[in-house]
Design a binder for this molecule. Structure first.
Ligand code: 13P
Ligand code: SF4
Length: 349
């Protein structure tokens, strides 16, 4: 298993006992992430059916770290952040990619693999960031700001990517915006991430004119520094680890800021008594299971879009995909969006 990025080294056929042994340490996340023996008895046959179907159909399952632990540890072939999953999609030799995450990630996989079948089992596939701006709105902004390089976060629709110059993810946004050879940047759609980039560049003595649109992640925007200060009064040796979609005061009060996989790597590489992760609680439950000796404190906030993926949905999609499960991107949009995504790969490989 690589740090931060999990590859399939797990069982493909589970008994109730082996599934319970795998999942029983998860305690964060309320009832949806609690695995009793009874629940494992219901889930094990579905997991086994999915792993069988996967082999029959030469399919690969890519999963974001925020989806349910039964998906991550039962059926996923690769688990990672959005950059790693985009890379996996690019390199995949499978005929079918099942993307258990949100729509913009599945669309990115389709853009990178126009000849492959990309399936999306999620029932509720939005994202508050991706839904905050359209391609048409970006085109209007471009007409108003012709001198700016348009940079989009990967949490955007294919249409938005098709209207931008460079795509970034949370793992490379600071580096790419710094390296773009233009001092005028228009960043969409995450207002909080844009402010964090501006602050980061200022701290490094770099001045760029960075404009931004007004989207936010509805999960990350709810955090504030008061939560950090309060927990620090309750626990000694508390390492605070945040995602760059969080507000500025959270970032300023954090010990480390990074993408979900970078956050995992930081936790694994450090030896602190306790950790407070300011991101969707799938990350804490994943770490709790993979590193049971480490302690995680704080509250659990779930992304309803990510958590709308389920084992039953994956099984049904693999068995007989419905038209709404199949990801399609119009050819012209896909071509332009591919240029934008490839521009990212040209910066970070
Ligand atoms: P990562 O690329 O860091 O996994 O972020 C994706 C996301 O949607 C965070 O909310
Ligand atoms: Fe979108 Fe926020 Fe959910 Fe990530 S956590 S998919 S940014 S709504």
């Amino acid at each position: 298993m690589q740090l931060g990025f999990m590859m399939a080294t797990k069982l493909t056929q589970f008994s109730t006992e082996s599934l319970f042994e795998t999942l029983k340490h998860i305690k964060i996340g309320g009832t949806t992430c609690l695995y009793t023996k009874e629940r494992c008895a219901e889930l094990a046959p579905i997991i086994n059916e999915i792993n069988q179907l996967k082999a029959e159909k030469n399919a690969v399952i890519l999963a974001h770290s925020y989806v349910s632990p039964d998906i991550i540890h039962g059926v996923a072939d690769h688990v990672g952040d959005s950059y790693e999953l985009a890379k996996r999609a690019k390199e995949s030799a499978a005929d079918t990619i099942v993307f258990t995450a949100v729509k913009f990630m599945a669309e990115t996989a389709k853009i990178l693999n126009p000849d492959k079948r990309v399936l999306m089992p999620s029932q509720f596939n939005g994202c508050s960031l991706a839904d905050s701006i359209t391609g048409e709105q970006v085109a209007t902004l471009r007409a108003i700001h012709p001198d700016h390089t348009f940079v989009c976060y990967i949490n955007t629709t294919a249409d938005v990517k098709a209207n931008c110059d460079v795509c970034v993810t949370s793992s490379n946004v600071y580096k790419i915006i710094e390296e773009i050879p233009n001092d005028k940047i228009y960043f969409v759609p995450d207002r909080l991430m844009a402010k964090n980039v501006i602050r980061h560049l200022e701290e490094r003595g770099i001045k760029k004119d960075i404009k931004y649109s007004d989207g936010t992640c509805y999960v990350h925007e709810t955090y504030d520094a008061d939560m950090i200060h309060y927990l620090k009064t309750q626990y000694d040796e508390l390492e605070v680890v945040s995602h760059p979609e969080c507000p500025e005061d959270v970032i300023a009060a954090s010990d480390y800021v990074g993408s979900t996989s970078q956050m995992i790597k930081h936790v694994v590489d450090t030896d602190k008594k306790r950790y407070f992760l300011l991101t969707e609680c799938g990350l804490s439950s994943r770490l709790q299971l993979e590193h049971p000796k480490k302690e995680f404190v704080g509250s659990c906030t779930m992304c309803k879009y990510m958590k709308s993926n389920s084992l039953i949905g994956i099984r049904d999609t693999l068995k007989s995909p419905q038209p709404h499960d199949i990801v399609n991107v119009p050819e012209d949009t896909a071509k332009k969006a591919l240029d934008c995504i490839n521009a990212m790969f040209s910066y970070v490989g």
